[in-house]
Design a binder for this molecule. Structure first.
Ligand code: AMP
Length: 280
């Protein structure tokens, strides 16, 4: 596995790969890797000649400096995991090399996709995400790039970025990978105390219960049900939203053939967890 730290090293490698007509799969991550990340990696290695994984804790997508500081960093372990998974190259850039003119985001308009849920509660988050993904796409020019449905809104925003800028990369969505008790895998889970780790399974339980509840109840009643269920736990619900899968607009009534999803953000003490589930 090739280890790259400088954008120029990536540029040289990509020139070489393009001249030998190798297809490039790209998996952007923030490290502290788990099996969820590896399922993206496995899909990339099976569909491309060359797989490049980036590990970069992107400062511009953090609205909370404390969250950025506490974000887990496990570089050595990550590199070993990626090597075992058969990754061809890992890119570990410094913030200075990607933001030579200071850590600023570009401002994006994603037709309202950016204003709901995570966008509402994490101001500037998606400008930061789109800024860094755009930089990576320019540099790496991947044929395919892999994004987890764990961050469903992020996935939709990247699809919109590609559409608006007419980029030639194919965005491949990958299903949420869960622990055996249902908790969505996340780098943040390693910061949970044993009690909170246990409590966090409530997120999946309540999402699943909401899906059943919605079969016989209205959207509004289902939202109230979720709030009440969270009130019985030691988690603090930030939001629960039921939204159209494409527009991400919250819905109040279900239209025929409309695909909808439930979206949750909740705090386990100071650790913010998100999850989502198709509701039909
Ligand atoms: P992150 O390192 O959290 O920025 O995640 C990097 C990529 O892995 C993103 O596309 C995430 O959506 C995806 N990812 C993270 N956790 C999971 C999971 N449990 N299942 C599927 N994909 C995931």
């Amino acid at each position: 596995m090739i280890l790259l730290r400088k954008p120029e090293e990536v540029q040289n490698l990509i020139t070489e790969l393009k001249s030998s007509h190798k297809s490039i799969g790209f998996v952007p991550t923030m490290g502290a890797l788990h099996s969820g990340h590896i399922s993206l990696v496995n899909q990339s290695t099976s569909e491309n000649d060359f797989t490049l994984v980036s590990i970069f804790v992107n400062p511009t997508q953090f609205n909370n400096p404390e969250d950025l500081k506490k974000y887990p960093r496990t570089e050595k372990q990550d590199a070993a995991l990626l090597e075992t998974a058969g990754v061809d190259a890992v890119f570990l850039p410094s913030a200075e090399s990607l933001y030579p003119n200071g850590e600023d985001s570009e401002h994006f308009d994603f037709n309202g996709l950016e204003n709901q849920m995570e966008g509402k509660f994490r101001s500037g988050h998606f400008d930061g995400v789109a800024t860094i993904v755009q930089k990576f796409f320019k540099l790496i020019q991947p044929d395919k790039a892999y994004f987890g449905e764990k961050d469903f809104q992020q996935l939709r925003i990247i699809q919109e970025l590609v559409k608006q800028h007419n980029l030639s990369v194919e965005i491949v969505p990958v299903e949420i990978k869960r622990e055996s008790d249902g908790l969505a895998m996340s780098s943040r889970n390693m910061r949970l105390s044993p009690e909170m780790r246990n409590e966090s399974t409530e997120i999946y339980r309540i999402l699943t219960a909401a899906k059943s509840f919605l079969k016989f109840n209205s959207i509004q009643k289902t939202k109230e049900f979720v709030k009440k269920e969270f009130a019985k736990t030691n988690l603090k619900l930030e939001y629960f939203e039921i939204a159209d899968e494409t527009s991400l607009l919250p819905i109040s009534e279900l239209k025929e053939n409309q695909k909808i999803r439930g979206f949750i953000a909740a705090f386990a003490e100071d650790i913010r967890l998100i999850d989502n589930m198709s509701l039909n």
